[in-house]
Design a protein around this ligand. Sequence first.
Ligand code: FUB
Ligand code: ZN
Length: 639
Amino acid sequence: MKFSSPVSNSKVEITDKFWKDKTELVRTEVIPYQWKALNNEIPGAEASFCIRNFRLAAEVLEKRRKGMATLIFPTNKWHYSYKNEHPDSFFGWVFQDSDLAKWIEAVSYSLQNTADKALERLADSAIDLICRAQAENGYINSFYTINNPEKAFTNLRDHHELYCFGHLAEAAAAYYNATGKDKLLKAVCRFADYIGQVFGENGLKGYDGHEIAEMALVKLYEATGNKEYLKTAKRFIDRRGTKPYYFDIEHGENSGDALKYFYNQAHLPVREQTEAVGHAVRAVYLYSGMADTAIYSDDCELFEVCKKLFDDIRQRKMYITGGIGSTSDGEAFTLAYDLPNDLAYAETCASIGLVFFAQRMLKADFNSKYADVMERCLYNGILSGMAEDGKSFFYVNPLEVNPEACRKDSRKRHIKPVRQKWFDCACCPPNLARLFSDYGGYCFTETENTLFVNLYQSCTVETDKADIKIASDYLQSGIVKFCIKAKKPFTIAFRIPYWSIHFKFSRKNPFIRNGYAYFDINGSEEITAEFNPEAKIIKCCSEVRENIGRVAVARGPFIYCLEEKDNGKNLHLLRLAKNPKFQFDGESITANGYRENINKDALYSEYSNASETLVKLRFIPYYQWANRSENEMCVYIRY
Ligand code: FUB
Ligand code: ZN
């Protein structure tokens, strides 16, 4: 299979105001805040105990090495509250270790962007701690190490051991790539070797209940060249969903019930799966691992499965914001076209996982639809996950909110009308931190001869083909200038964004294929791309019942929304005027519309035409909502 590779974040310097601001917020706000959270230093926030757990695991291992007695605790729960447990027990969620791994990964990319010796020293000390918590056989997991090592790998379905391993492996590869230091990488490779034995041909036939190990093993393979890691990833993938179900065996059951395992995408062998199902984060992490494994092992059949799954999400199960997983029940996908606005789950992590999946698909299928999805998620359903000051976060990203309903209707309890400082289950903010710090790593992909430009922002990029300086006004005028200093003849391929029907390049006659415009470059030259980010009305496919008779407003990559702050209460009363004239002030959009006058007399009355008042509607980019305190919000408006 012919495939491309992403150009590393270390080769891309983001100079763009919009994206530099975000990566700087992560560096200056999120990463230090998260370190405090890991150390229980945030007053008023639920304590994490993450660092404390690693310290305790290291102490326990030391005692066992010295032949000293240590206590054993239960391992049958998901969460261990310090309020109820023995003081020497593990505390927190069974996957608490992953928070430190994500922090190290975010720090790694951040160090590629901005050298920071003090931060690097802190990360080194965290890595020393993790290595002290590694058992003789290579195993690293503070939960089982503390509570009962005998029980390791006995509950893959629920207990996230391979998930924590996966995050650690991603952190190790990232830290090695960023700093050249291999202490964590070596430790994690020992762990991966142990996993390879435990789950080898003659070992346990299991696989992870919360996927990520697959794509993480591929990252270890990329970092070390050791094919065993790729083999282990493939083994996990090929075993998933085969009968008898491993999770049945593990739990002494004989259910054979596929329905039970949709949640873990383990209801069918993966090659027979055609629909995205179950827990959305797990799903897209699995599909990312499948795509990577398919690419590196030249498994076209597996890659075709990934294509189907990607299209199922993109065409039937993705919100206009790039949110996925439309129900809070299992944080999961439901059925095709079931995209309720006010009940949406759309976890920040799930859209981040969709970006991972899209980026991997892009490697071997040179089609703009993947980068279009990346862009949709990045500018909308992911960016909304972080406040504009980087100090609070959304876990859930709904498309319509009435704050009172979130308090009074238990079906909407998962929806928060304002961003939270931190979360008891703190998966999303660290995920955001690692993605945004690595933003540069998503902009370009390359084969031997072709450089693909997937995202547009001001930056410089250095490759063996050329050094390129990009001056981007993508979000305002849509004009992007490329100053290319070629080192050898090559082809440059520009993605034509899905929203830009009209586009122009200063060089004539591009070869257009699958949403990319290709030009051969033979020397240094300047090329200007002109896209057309004018405001537009977007219709949702009629099969989405919630949006019949309603439209959304978009401009360039941004989806817009209405907020009560600008448009008054009861946003459902608003209607966009026919063929509205949009006015763009550099950020918000105004348009003519109507507000239906409320008839307060009766709940029901004989039909008569509604009376309406002419109003000016103000739309802001969706990602900005809830930055001016609690209020109503909606993306879709009657039309
Ligand atoms: O289970 C670990 C993480 O916590 C998942 O990825 C998120 O969806 C949240 O449930
Ligand atoms: Zn999350």
